[in-house]
Structures are given as C-alpha cells and as structure tokens.
Design a protein. Structure first.
Length: 301
C-alpha cells in the first residue's frame, strides 16, 4: 500500500539503461521506484538473433537496490517481451538486464555493496544488519565470486602472496588465499583454494598463463612447507621470500623463553624491591627486540 508520493527530490539511480517514471514510499518506509527499460531490443532465446518487435510484458518484478537516506529501495519493473520473426514458431523472449542477474532479488550494485559489508564480517552478521536473507547473500556471493580466474584482467602479478584463513574455528580446516600486488601497487585476491596442501597450491600456480608467470618477481609466504615448495617448483628458489613476521616470530621465541627463565631465577635471588625494578627492564628488552625485527632500527635520531 502506497502512503506517500515523493515529489520533493530527484533520486539518482545510477543505472543508465533505466528511466524512473514514478517515486513513492510504501507503508513500511521503503522507497519504491517504478522504472522502465530504455532498451529497444533483445536477443532471441532460440536463434540468438536480435529481436525488436515487442509482444507485451512479463510479470511485474521487484528488485532491491542500494539504500537511499537509510531507506530500503526497490525497483519495480514490467520486463518487456520481444517476438522473433526469424524463427518459424515466432517465440517470445523476455528482455535481460545487465543491472540484475536472472531471478535475482537484488541488483548487481547492491550485491557489490554486500560484498564490501562481508569484509571482516560473517554472512549471518550482514544478513542481520542489512535485513537481507541469509540465502540471498549466499547466492550473491556465488554470483560475485568467479569459479575461475579471468587472467585477462591482469597485466602483471609482480608480487604473489600466499597465506591461509581458518574455514572452521577449532577444526584445523584451512583455506589458502592467493593474492597479488602489481607494479603499480594495486592489491587483489586472485584465488581462494579449498585447502593449503602443496598439491592444490602448485596446481593453481601452474595454471597461471606463461606470460604472467614471467612478470612474477617474488612470492611471499609464511614458513608452511606446502607453500614454500610449491612456489619453488613453479618459479624457482630465487623468488621465494618468507614473510618477516613469521621469521621474527621464530627468533623471538627463544628470547621469551630466556626472559621467563631469568625472571624466575632472579625472583629467588633478589629482594622484592630489586626484582620489581628489573621486571620492567626485561619487558623493555623484549619491546626493543620486536621493534628491531619490524623496522630494522628503532634508535632515536
């Protein structure tokens, strides 16, 4: 039920192929935009030839778009049907849209917004915050995330990074994340592998086109053997670089062990006052060590 007509402002749609014919607000406060397609043709679903003869409309659909003024926005449209004269039985075809996937309940722009919301959040979190069903977000993810890499989007890979994330907490179930940083500094995730085994990682690295492989200058990984040896076999030893964070972690551990051991010894040999003064000094030593491992030198100028 429409309870208010919008006449005060003009709302930008940011979809060039659509024209807004009416703007209203329903009884839930949602903005309803009645739209029509500016397109004058489609492609026959049977023969694949262009069709221009209109033959009525399909059932009206409502597709959720990105929010405006913190209100939900819905596009309401009657898809045009076109008749093909080239086919003997003159089949009809419903126009397809580049702003919305087939049978999708949300626009592509809204899907992209939800993908950004998923950064550092779960599907359940985003579903609750954006009032979008769990299934709708999962389907959007499956449409937005390609099952294969479109290598034509890359001109150089320069630095490849390999790391992992936990798929299920406490289950030792990991996914390998492969990313890249181009010469110009552009960062992107190029693949999420179903596990972190050497076989899976090497298989993916082998799939990189030869021309792009030649642009790889370094492969940065942690100390997991599956990553290191897979990268070495594909690119050679000279390009493999271990992340300094993991190296620092390895040589910081003995210092912590020594610090704890010495503190226990000194506690039995020194008075309470002397021990209290030394306690903070040991932490300063550890922080100095951490600082040097991160930036090379923390000495004041």
């Amino acid at each position: 039920m429409i309870i208010q007509k919008m006449t005060d402002i003009t709302l930008p749609l940011d979809i060039d192929s659509l024209e807004i014919t009416n703007q209203t607000i329903d009884n839930k406060g949602n903005i309803i935009l009645d739209v029509v397609s500016k397109r004058t043709h489609s492609t026959c679903r049977k023969c694949g030839k262009p069709v221009t003869k209109r033959n009525g409309y399909s059932t009206e659909i409502m597709v959720q778009h990105t929010k405006i003024l913190e209100r939900k926005v819905y596009l309401r449209i009657k898809p045009v049907r076109y008749e093909c004269k080239a086919c003997d039985d003159h089949p009809t075809t419903t126009e397809k849209y580049n702003w919305c996937s087939k049978n999708a309940k949300i626009t592509t722009a809204f899907e992209e917004y939800l993908m950004r919301c998923l950064i550092n959040s779960t599907v359940e979190d985003v579903s609750r915050k954006e009032s979008v069903s769990y299934k709708t977000i999962v389907r959007a993810v499956s449409r937005q995330v390609n099952s294969t890499v479109d290598w034509s989007q890359y001109t150089d890979l320069n630095t490849i990074g390999i790391d992992e994330i936990s798929n299920k907490k406490g289950h030792h179930d990991y996914l390998a994340i492969v990313s890249t940083k181009s010469k110009s500094g552009v960062l992107s995730v190029i693949a999420v592998l179903e596990d972190r085994t050497k076989v899976s990682v090497k298989q993916f690295l082998d799939s990189i086109p030869k021309a792009l492989k030649q642009t790889v200058r370094s492969v940065c990984t942690d100390m997991w053997d599956g990553y290191v040896y897979a990268a070495m076999e594909v690119f050679g030893k000279h390009v493999v670089v271990i992340d300094r964070f993991h190296i620092a972690k390895q040589y910081r551990a003995p210092l912590d062990t020594l610090r704890i051991k010495e503190m226990k010894r000194l506690k039995t040999e020194l008075s309470s006052e002397e021990y209290a003064r030394l306690k903070n000094m040991m932490w300063i030593l550890r922080k100095k060590h951490e600082c040097l491992s991160e930036v090379g030198d923390c000495s004041p100028p």
